[in-house]
Design a protein around this ligand. Structure first.
Ligand code: PLP
Length: 384
């Protein structure tokens, strides 16, 4: 599809859009007919076939190959997980770097789970350094580069911040980190499905994300990408039987993890969510992530102009290269603003004093105008 086809060519697949202006894809993508049908198919397969484990394992492999296609990776570089937390915990449990490289650098924009998992590593003698954001809601590259030194083993950086929509130039961060011998974990949850991600082009080491936002799936399905040449040096201690080299050997006498990224998996896959996630990913593949990115850039530009017109304060960087699909607007009571907009049929979410407005392939210029009028109608709740 081209950006010009969007959103008209696809809106009727999302029943929610008939009665709401949906600008909350940064929290959860809208439910499509395809994803609803996939859940129904799961129940049908269960009902008709009993316990079709071979089919279900095949489905999990289907999710793996779709994640690989999405990221331009190979299936062996993909772990199919239930959450970003699960994949990243497993990764960090096995990532032992040379002595003296005990520092983990993270930014102030990380999602809580990244902060918590990296700080848990302090119990094992690692230290965590935070890179602070500036007032314009960016993490300046110079600050990151200053923090990443020859004691740094890992840099964990979010692609698009969940709080304010700020986008970091992760390709440049990876380049600089590699110059001093550090590896980089990119949390791409707020980007994947909305921004094309090519792990080869980024020269990425590790990338984590999930399907419930811009990939149109539901909770319970995520991925961890690990570059092939890094796999042999990582042996997770957070594990489970689906991480074993031969899952169905049912061997309780040793630990022999898969040589592929499957080593970062755990127990029984979340089969219902895999059905849904496959349907969501296939739909996004059909719609096109590049077309979506361009369509959404038009909508966010329109929103920024509208915010200026009504005198609202945007917290997200103004530079279009430094933002993704979500724009955060300052309020003096974010919950009251979200509730007021909800009353007007506009679905959003609150964070940090701001209302988050996130757009996707199905949003229209009319949606943006509705949001601008909605904010103007509740201007007493806007922070000036
Ligand atoms: C940037 C980011 N990382 C991670 C997560 C969630 O991680 P998990 O899959 O572990 O719940 C979210 C969810 O909102 C997110 O926005």
């Amino acid at each position: 599809m081209t950006p010009d086809d969007l959103p008209d060519s696809i809106r009727d697949r999302f029943p929610l859009l008939e009665h709401a202006v949906y600008t909350n894809s940064c929290s959860q993508g809208a439910l499509s007919d395809e994803v609803r049908a996939a859940y129904a198919q799961y129940l049908t397969d269960w009902d008709e076939k009993g316990a079709p484990w071979e089919l279900w394992v095949e489905q999990a492999e289907g999710a793996r190959s779709r994640f690989a296609r999405l990221l331009n990776a190979t299936p062996d570089e993909i772990a199919v997980t239930t959450s970003v937390s699960a994949g990243v915990s497993s990764l960090l449990s096995g990532l032992h770097q040379p002595r003296g490289r005990d520092k983990i650098v993270i930014s102030d924009f990380e999602f809580p789970t990244i902060g918590q998992i990296t700080h848990a590593q302090e119990l094992l003698g690692r230290k965590v350094e935070h890179v602070a954001a500036t007032a314009d809601a960016t993490i300046p590259l110079e600050r990151l580069v200053e923090a990443i030194d020859d004691e740094t083993g890992l840099v964990a950086i979010t692609y698009v911040c969940f709080r304010n929509g700020s986008k970091t130039d992760v390709k440049e961060v990876i380049r600089r980190a590699h110059e001093v011998g550090a590896l980089v974990l990119v949390d791409a949850f707020q980007a994947v499905g909305a921004i094309p991600i090519d792990v080869r082009n980024l020269n990425a080491d590790f990338v984590a994300g999930g399907v419930l936002k811009y990939l149109l799936g539901s909770a319970g399905l995520a991925f961890l990408y690990c570059r092939a040449d890094l796999l042999p040096q990582i042996t997770p201690t957070v594990t489970g039987w689906f991480a074993d080299e031969d899952i169905f050997e049912m061997d309780i006498s040793d630990y022999s993890p898969s040589p592929t990224a499957r080593k970062f998996e755990s127990g029984t896959p979340s089969i219902p969510n895999i059905y849904a996630g496959i349907a969501g990913m296939d739909l996004m593949h059909e719609i096109g992530i590049e077309a979506t990115e361009r369509h959404v850039a038009g909508l966010t530009g329109q929103l920024v102009d509208g915010l200026d017109r009504i005198g609202a304060t945007m917290v997200t960087p103004r530079d279009p290269n430094q933002r993704g699909p979500m724009i955060a607007v300052a309020t003096n009571d974010e919950r009251a603003m979200v509730a007021a907009l909800h009353g007007d049929g506009i679905l959003t979410s609150p964070r940090d004093g701001n209302v988050r407005l996130s757009f996707h392939c199905y949003n229209s210029e009319e949606d943006v105008e509705r949001v601008i009028s909605g904010l103007a109608a509740h201007s007493d709740l806007l922070a000036r």
